[in-house]
Design a binder for this molecule. Structure first.
Ligand code: CA
Length: 237
């Protein structure tokens, strides 16, 4: 079955180039030129991925993403024009799953789309496996006052649920099951994001920063998510 993509981009030339190339890749593509109609279309049809530009007439991409997040789990790839938008894009406030910085090549974009769709597929399969009842002490990973509930995919601190984005959960889970081991940014990208190429390691740093805000007593001096100089990160429990 063809994966269905929604492209939200007000620049006609870019919108049509995206639609043309992604259709050629075998995807079913719908297009929108503004945020309001994107919301309407996304509510009517179930998409596998939504590609969302930030600067849109009427309602901007940040706002559209925020609304979509409250209504559906569809993965959202933001098309950003500026570096300083990245923090907001993946932060809790907006909550996109991933971003790509303009200008990008079609090859780059298609690789990203494929990686995101593959990741969703794997997660769905994992979710199905996890739902089969098989009681085990490994269901909840406990690290002091921090608990990772792998069945409910929830994280609790002092018995209070933390609001984590799906990617933040996956990142924390990945580091936690590799506790005490230094994980390079590339390895993290490969395992958590499913990217089979290097680069964009800033994504990892941004997510670590957000996670630290949530699970560290003193985010400026992290005791759990430790930076490994010149390499990546290590979970200390
Ligand atoms: Ca735009």
């Amino acid at each position: 079955m063809k994966s269905k993509l929604l492209i939200v981009e007000d620049e006609k030339a870019l919108r049509e180039t995206l639609a043309y190339n992604l259709t050629n890749e075998g995807y079913e593509v719908e297009i929108c030129a503004d945020g309001i109609s994107a919301l309407e279309v996304a509510r009517k049809t179930s998409f596998d991925l939504i590609m969302l530009d930030i600067m849109l007439p009427g309602m901007d991409g940040f706002e559209v993403c925020r609304v979509l997040r409250t209504e559906m789990n569809t993965p959202i790839l933001m098309l950003t024009a500026r570096d300083d938008e990245i923090d907001r894009v993946v932060g809790l406030e907006v909550g996109a799953d991933d971003y790509i910085v303009k200008p990008f090549s079609m090859r780059e974009l298609i690789a990203r789309v494929k990686a995101m769709l593959r990741r969703v597929r794997i997660m769905r399969e994992e979710a199905t496996i996890i739902q089969t009842p098989e009681p085990s002490s490994k269901e909840i990973l406990q690290f002091g006052d921090l608990a990772i509930d792998t069945i409910r995919r929830e994280v609790r601190m002092r018995n209070k649920n933390l609001e984590l984005q799906p990617k933040e959960y996956e990142l924390l889970y990945f580091l936690a099951i590799n506790r005490g081991r230094a994980m390079s940014r590339d390895k993290i990208l490969e395992d958590v994001w499913g990217w089979d190429y290097v680069g964009e390691s800033r994504t990892v740093d941004v997510h670590i920063r957000w996670l630290r805000q949530k699970i560290e007593t003193d985010p400026a001096n992290p005791a759990r998510l430790v930076t490994v100089r010149g390499s990546g990160y290590r979970f200390e429990g």
